[in-house]
Write a protein that binds this ligand. Structure first.
Ligand SMILES: C[S@@+](CC[C@H](N)C(=O)[O-])C[C@H]1O[C@@H](n2cnc3c(N)ncnc32)[C@H](O)[C@@H]1O
Length: 228
């Protein structure tokens, strides 16, 4: 995990440019994540963005819910610094510099969202434990949605997903950089899980109205509601 923090500290200034080259349809994926939050635009809801990075998700939340009270959490100082610049014009935004794994929720939230961060939790158990923690921190009727890299249900699908991912990256990046930099980092740092396993963990934890809102091969937006 030390390597993950170092990677994002170093990448912060380039992140917004790079992410568009690495993640297929990133803007559409984040749009789906933010559109899944089921409240009225004027509601003053409490929302937390876990692993907020440079704040692209947070910015979209504030554009859609201007009265929301938004918490942006990340453990990389340089990423948070970029997020602070981006979020400067919005009211009711606070920042927490913290490792997700050590984070105790400071209050109950109407929406917990995350993008491309929770796959860094190392094991299945770490993820299940953290999803439970999110469930406990939600208000009844609150929602959790995660946009993330995932695994397919078998090796044939996995190979297809990886080849489609590389095909996308190849439109923007030289083949050598894809393999030596990005796939190398992916193998070293990322711990994605089978999407349908994650869906069943959410079910077991007690989430309802679980759905996969958006999907493009090995990237998906999924989550559910804590019942009232
Ligand atoms: C790929 S970036 C995504 C940033 C942003 N959510 C987005 O979609 O543009 C992943 C972010 O998660 C953060 N992150 C990864 N593991 C974390 C952890 N254990 N605690 C807090 N932040 C973490 C990284 O620092 C980084 O900013």
């Amino acid at each position: 995990m030390k390597g993950v923090k170092k990677h994002f500290e170093e990448e912060a200034s380039e992140f917004d440019n790079v992410i568009l080259k690495l993640v297929p349809h990133y803007i559409q994926m984040i749009d789906a994540l933010v559109l899944a939050i089921p409240f009225n635009n004027n509601d003053s809801i409490n929302i937390i963005d876990l692993g907020c990075g440079t704040g692209y998700v947070s910015m979209n939340i504030k554009e859609r819910f201007p009265n929301s009270k938004l918490t942006c959490l990340d453990f990389a100082e340089n990423m948070i610094a970029q997020a602070k610049i981006r979020m400067n014009k919005y009211r009711n935004v606070n920042f927490i510099l913290k490792d997700i794994r050590k984070f105790e929720f400071d209050k109950n939230y109407d929406a917990v969202v995350s993008s491309l961060a929770l796959h860094h939790l190392e094991t299945k158990n770490d993820k299940i434990k953290f999803y439970k923690k999110i469930f406990n921190a939600l208000e009844p009727g609150g929602v959790f949605y995660n946009a993330d890299i995932i695994l397919g249900s078998n090796s044939t699908l996995h190979e297809l997903y990886i080849s489609k991912w590389k095909e996308f990256m190849a439109k923007n990046l030289p083949g050598e950089e894809i393999e030596d930099t990005w796939m190398a980092k992916h193998h070293k740092e990322d711990r994605p899980e089978v999407l349908l396993d994650q869906i069943s963990w959410l079910k077991d934890i007690g989430f309802k109205e679980i759905d996969i809102v958006w999907k493009y091969y090995n990237f998906a937006v999924y989550g559910g509601t804590k019942p009232k």
